[in-house]
Design a binder for this molecule. Structure first.
Ligand SMILES: *[C@@H]1O[C@H](CO)[C@@H](O)[C@H](O)[C@H]1NC(C)=O
Ligand SMILES: *[C@@H]1O[C@H](CO)[C@@H](O)[C@H](O)[C@H]1NC(C)=O
Ligand SMILES: *[C@@H]1O[C@H](CO)[C@@H](O)[C@H](O)[C@H]1NC(C)=O
Length: 488
């Protein structure tokens, strides 16, 4: 500290889906740092500890810890991450993140940093969509500010618009449009709403949090999205209209460099990364379906059974990242004999057709392997970006948050995805999933078209990153330059 460099402060919400794109952004700024800034990553102590061990050893990224007492906020001891909380407690973490105590700790951290830098405040603060109050604070301090969304423009526009408008409360039909998101002519079905939005009436805790905190973005100077302009224009134009005072720019796809993703992932499973890659090497090109529901989600026991039947029935090679079904401790042992069709694991091991991986797999490496053909995914935005930057088409099965709108976008606007399941409760049929796996992976008209569309997106993405001067790379540079100009 105090080495005369300008400092850039990054502050994600406490959840893996938020921390990962912020970490990717921090590493990107570090690598392309033409403005030579010191990078500070802000979070609570337990998250910082995990992050420290996931950084490359030669990284210069520094950490600022915000003290956090989970018990004070009605949370179990040592709970600082949305991913470790049961759903009914997640709201408390949100409330804690907007509490006076938390805000003043952040303010103190910024104050300390300023003192260490001989009275010079940070060059800028880049913070999370759920930490809107940091924009208001930065404005008061005269510090340049950006909101960075790890989510895509389209999905987040649906999410934002739903919270402010609650259009499903105004009609009695199952289907409804989003009049506030006029850039997209989309029709949603009630089953595509995350539980908290479906139940919202404007007076509930979630509505209150989102309406107040999301609207604080108005105090931000820039809104940055982990996406690409040509691919996600509709969603970005929504935010350009809503926030005419802010500069809205895509800076994606920020895909976390492989080794860091390895370190941050749970590598405690039995199948090692080397074994997975060796298995992939033994398979023909474009022959493997990769199945994963992300780092924090799982499906129901009956859905798992149907998916297992579909994978076997399809006759395709597959890697399936398995986690215990809903209702079972997510960290407990996976019981294939109980939750999958009888003899499933043995049969697929013997034939070499399927690989079950517990908890976590090196996703980016799998998707970029020549053997990868399609990705059955919950369509969290990190996964979407990781898949499409490799031109891999998707089978969508949204489970939470804006994932439902991502699937809608990918299926209807992009044409690189087909929906196979919706939510954790719905009934799915193995024949239906099997049929769709074949569509995507075989030489069907639909499959060819989906692969073509995924390839198109890959080209757009490549262009945005090409030679370090594509539109996305330029956006980050422009933002830091603009922040600098404010100071001198
Ligand atoms: C760290 O090492 C890697 C691999 O040698 C290199 O690509 C990267 O630029 C280095 N990062 C820093 C901050 O020096
Ligand atoms: C700020 O600095 C003081 C004095 O060094 C320290 O006690 C305090 O923990 C720091 N606060 C934060 C949030 O970093
Ligand atoms: C954000 O939400 C919390 C919890 O609902 C609330 O206490 C706070 O005042 C809200 N607004 C801002 C700008 O933090």
């Amino acid at each position: 500290m105090g080495d005369g460099k300008e400092s850039v402060v990054l502050f994600p919400f406490m959840g893996q889906g938020h921390i990962i794109p912020f970490l990717a952004l921090a590493l990107h700024i570090e690598q392309t740092n033409s403005t030579d800034c010191a990078i500070y990553f802000v979070n609570t102590p337990l998250n910082v500890r995990k992050l420290k061990s996931s950084l490359p050893p030669n990284s210069s990224i520094r950490f600022l810890e915000i003290p956090f007492s989970s018990i004070t906020h009605g949370l179990p001891p040592a709970s600082e991450n949305a991913d470790t909380l049961p759903y009914h407690l997640v709201m408390r973490l949100f409330q804690a993140s907007a509490s006076l105590e938390f805000k003043s700790s952040f303010m103190e951290a910024i104050h300390n940093l300023t003192i260490h830098n001989h009275g010079r405040p940070p060059l800028c603060i880049i913070s999370d969509i759920f930490l809107g109050w940091t924009a208001t604070l930065a404005k008061e301090l005269g510090v340049y500010h950006a909101i960075f969304s790890g989510a895509g423009g389209f999905g987040l526009a649906c999410y934002y618009s739903l919270w402010f408008d609650l259009p499903h409360r105004k009609v009695s039909t199952d289907e409804f449009s989003l009049p506030d998101f006029e850039e997209a002519s989309i029709v949603l079905h009630r089953t595509q709403l995350p539980a908290n939005i479906a139940e919202a009436d404007g007076e509930d805790d979630w509505s209150i949090f989102h309406r107040e905190n999301l609207s604080a973005w108005v105090d931000s100077d820039w809104l940055l999205f982990n996406t690409v302009e040509e691919f996600d224009q509709i969603g970005l134009s929504y935010f350009r209209r809503k926030f005419p005072g802010a500069i809205v720019r895509p800076i994606g796809p920020l895909v976390l460099e492989l080794k860091s993703r390895d370190r941050i992932g749970n590598t405690t499973g039995e199948v090692t990364r080397e074994a997975i890659l060796k298995w992939l090497d033994s398979k023909p090109s474009n022959s493997v379906l990769y199945v994963s529901f992300g780092s924090m989600n799982t499906i129901s026991a009956s859905q798992m059974m149907q998916l297992g039947k579909a994978l076997e029935g399809s006759g395709k090679n597959f890697i399936w990242v398995v986690r215990p079904p809903i209702g079972v401790d997510i960290n407990s042992e996976f019981k294939a004999e109980e939750w999958l069709p009888e003899g499933f694991e043995e049969r697929n091991k013997a034939s070499g057709r399927g690989l079950l991986v517990q908890k976590w797999a090196p996703q980016v490496e799998i998707l970029s392997h020549r053997a990868a053909s399609a990705f059955l995914s919950h369509c969290g935005w990190n996964s979407v970006m990781e898949s499409l930057s490799q031109g891999v088409p998707m089978l969508g099965w949204a489970l939470a948050g804006e994932q439902f709108f991502n699937v809608k976008f990918l299926e209807e606007e992009v044409g690189a995805c087909v929906e196979v399941g919706r939510g954790k409760q719905s009934e799915v049929k193995s024949e239906d999933i099997e049929r769709k796996i074949k569509w995507v992976m075989e030489e069907t008209e639909k499959g060819k078209e989906m692969r073509r569309n995924a390839e198109k997106v890959k080209e757009i993405i490549d262009k945005a990153w090409k030679h370090g001067d594509g539109s996305s790379v330029k956006s980050v540079h422009d933002f830091l330059t603009a922040a600098k100009q404010l100071i001198v």
